[in-house]
Write a protein that binds this ligand. Structure first.
Ligand code: TXA
Ligand code: MG
Length: 313
């Protein structure tokens, strides 16, 4: 039913938040800002609402969704937390870290959310608007990035409408996302831990909490955000470019300025916040191809380069 809707654009004031919560409780889809990217939220306990998420995104249903919760206490009702999981939650929540943990069998979560896995991905977001929505709806919210499957993730309400207009009930406009890259995903297994997706919480920060990752012998976990081709602007992308050809949209960094510059002062956190906006601009530009200046691998730079490699694949 959401498919044919005019998509409401809501402002993030009391009335807009109340409307968004009302739509979510009714099982509708609402795109919402988080500190990482905009998420396409649906009540996680409703099979119909979750099915509508997969439909709106054109997402394969073997690719499970992240469930967003307001705090650790709510998270512990959905998954089994051991000492390591609690340590990570206490250190990094609310914030851009997703934990993949054993799902509690009695958790009231639609089966499609976890795509048949025995684990569940949980995140406690920091964005005040998303937090308010979790409080008003009083529901765990499943929310993948609010874009058509495979496309560049959205960091503004306009990006969301670019691919999901008329496919979802509403978008709540909270301005640009501060971090600009999806959360770090870590899986905790009995015999070790695994970084499933690089993100704003770095591997070094995880190591300082958990020690070195040990090779995991349990079944391989698939995080389809890890598919080699993802985040594509729909045109060829060339990395490590120092100059651009005439038919290339040039995404610069530091002293290498282009049609768009990730961070003129060569700051990787700023570059992360601008990455998807530059890829969206490249997609909409008349240029046939895209060239991207080198970005250093340190800190969140590792996550930026991970996304760029997939955009170029
Ligand atoms: O920052 C974020 O994480 C954003 C915002 C909206 O919170 N959400 C996001 O969702 O990036 P999405 O659906 O685009 O990415 C979710 C990733 C996918 O790669 C999926 O495969 C993985 O999480 N995932 C979900 N449940 C999993 C599980 N049980 N085991 C392994 N990977 C899982
Ligand atoms: Mg995504």
């Amino acid at each position: 039913m959401s498919d044919k809707h005019r998509t409401e654009r809501l402002t993030a004031d009391d009335a807009g938040l109340a409307r968004a919560a009302q739509l979510l409780v009714a099982g509708e889809l609402v795109a919402v800002p988080t500190e990482t990217v905009y998420g396409l939220a649906a009540r996680a306990d409703s099979a119909e609402a979750v099915a509508a998420v997969y439909r709106a995104k054109g997402r394969p249903d073997f690719n499970p969704l992240i469930v967003h919760v307001p705090d650790l206490a709510q998270a512990e009702r959905l998954a089994d937390f051991d000492g390591r999981a609690r340590l990570l939650a206490e250190r990094f929540w609310p914030g851009p870290l997703t934990l993949v943990l054993p799902r509690r069998p009695e958790a009231a979560i639609a089966a499609a959310v976890t795509a048949g896995l025995s684990t569940i991905a949980l995140r406690c977001p920091a964005h005040p608007i998303m937090r308010k929505l979790l409080e008003l709806s009083a529901l765990p919210l499943a929310a993948p990035s609010a874009n058509r499957s495979g496309a560049v993730s959205p960091t503004t309400a306009d990006h969301v409408l670019g691919t999901l207009d008329q496919r979802i009930a509403a978008v709540l406009d909270g301005g640009p996302c501060a971090r600009g890259l999806e959360s770090t995903i870590v899986a905790l297994r009995e015999d070790g831990w695994q970084l499933l997706r690089a993100g704003p919480v770095t591997e070094l920060e995880l190591q300082s909490a958990l020690g070195k990752p040990r090779p995991v012998t349990s079944a391989m976990i698939e995080a389809p955000g890890q598919l080699p081709q993802h985040y594509s602007p729909g045109k060829p992308v060339r990395l490590g470019a120092l100059t651009a050809q005439d038919d290339e949209f040039f995404i610069g960094f530091g002293g290498l300025s282009g049609h768009c510059n990730l961070s003129p002062r060569a700051d990787t956190a700023e570059a992360a916040a601008h990455l998807y906006a530059c890829l969206h601009a490249a997609a909409l530009s008349p240029f046939a191809r895209v060239a991207v200046a080198p970005v250093p691998d340190e800190g969140i730079g590792a996550a930026i380069n991970d996304r760029l490699r997939r955009a170029a694949a």
